[in-house]
Design a protein around this ligand. Structure first.
Ligand code: TXD
Length: 311
């Protein structure tokens, strides 16, 4: 039987995610949004792409949350994106309201699903989603690290003039200015990055990675990135639905790992059919570990701000 995947939010990230899911034949896709007729129109357009791109899944668009019933996986992209000059935290209050409403409906209509959060500010929205659904932590988590890592891999490949697929690295921490690109273990097919690039160039790549989302917001002017974010969430989805056991950086609720508890933060996890099957505690340099803990403090501060708002 084909799997059922619901994408909530049919905007830039949501619609692109739906298309990539269909192209990979990962299951039947339901695209939902509050804007009347829009998800129906986009889904029909994608269905009509199937004969050309040779996929045969059923793609439907809807404004009714009830249509997510029976979903194996729900991807939440509903919410406002950043505009130039905005930080991800500026979205906190508005998006918390949206994610809460969406998650109440997930709890009602897809109580057995795995939930992948994409909406920003990512780590806090994961926390809101878990609070609202009450689902076990292994099936509520977020996408950010795969995207930030992909950005860093692209920048390294460009600088070292090598194939991006050969670049292995990890960006951990919160999805914001405090993210932690890990350079101590970064390599190109096992060749340490420091053998290929000068420290100055590595530092510049780390800085560009941290500001990677903002670089695109500044260019687009009316919203934020969506091709690489959609490809990143599909990478996670594939590992979950095919029980791929990929080790990917995801926002996970920590319970003592890395000396951090009680908040979502980007760490390496193993993704399989149960969702997060293991949080992997990799050895970090002391500077990286303290940056990760500092990042968790920044995430916790946002959770407190949200709680103070009564949200
Ligand atoms: O790495 C990451 N996690 C991210 C996160 C990478 C890129 C984008 N990131 C965030 O995802 C971004 O900051 C936003 O918070 C979300 C969605 O970004 P997108 O670029 O897709 O925004 P759009 O194009 O504005 O689409 C959002 C859609 C829009 O069509 C709204 O009508 C819809 O969300 N929306 C809703 N859908 C369903 N249900 C409700 N309640 C709802 N409210 C708004």
């Amino acid at each position: 039987m084909r799997r059922k995947i619901t994408v909530i939010g049919g905007g830039n990230v949501g619609a692109t995610t739906a298309l990539f899911l269909a192209e990979k034949n990962l299951g039947n896709v339901v695209l939902t949004d509050i804007v009347e007729d829009m998800p129906q129109g986009k889904a029909l357009d994608m269905l009509e792409t199937g004969p050309l791109h040779r996929y045969h899944g059923i793609i439907t668009g809807t404004n009714d949350y009830a249509d997510m019933a029976g979903s194996d996986l729900v991807i939440v992209t509903a919410g406002l994106p950043r505009k130039p000059g905005m930080s991800r935290s500026d979205l906190l209050e508005m998006n918390a309201k949206i994610v809460r409403e969406v998650c109440r409906n997930i709890k009602e209509y897809a109580p057995d699903s795995i939930v992948v959060i994409v909406s920003n500010p990512l780590d806090i929205m994961c926390w809101v989603a878990r609070e609202t659904t009450g689902f076990e932590k292994h099936r509520v988590f977020g996408m950010a690290g795969v995207l930030d890592t992909s950005r860093m891999r692209a920048f390294i490949a460009e600088a070292a003039d090598c194939h991006a697929a050969d670049v292995t690295c990890m960006v951990l921490g919160g999805h914001g200015d405090s993210m932690v690109p890990i350079t101590s273990t970064t390599s190109v097919s096992g060749v340490p990055l420091s053998d290929l690039l000068s420290q100055d160039r590595i530092d510049a790549i780390v800085e560009r990675t941290r500001k990677g989302g903002g670089e695109i917001v500044k260019l687009l002017k009316t919203g934020s990135a969506f091709y690489a974010p959609a490809a990143s969430v599909v990478e996670m989805t594939e590992s979950i639905l095919l029980d791929g056991k990929r080790v990917l950086p995801c926002a996970a609720l920590l319970d003592g790992e890395y000396g951090i508890s009680g908040c979502y933060i980007g760490v390496p996890v193993k993704l399989g059919s149960r969702g997060i099957e293991q949080v992997i505690e990799m050895k970090l340099s002391s500077a990286e570990l303290s940056a990760l803990r500092k990042s968790a403090t920044a995430v916790r501060r946002d959770i407190e701000a949200l709680t103070a708002l009564g949200e």
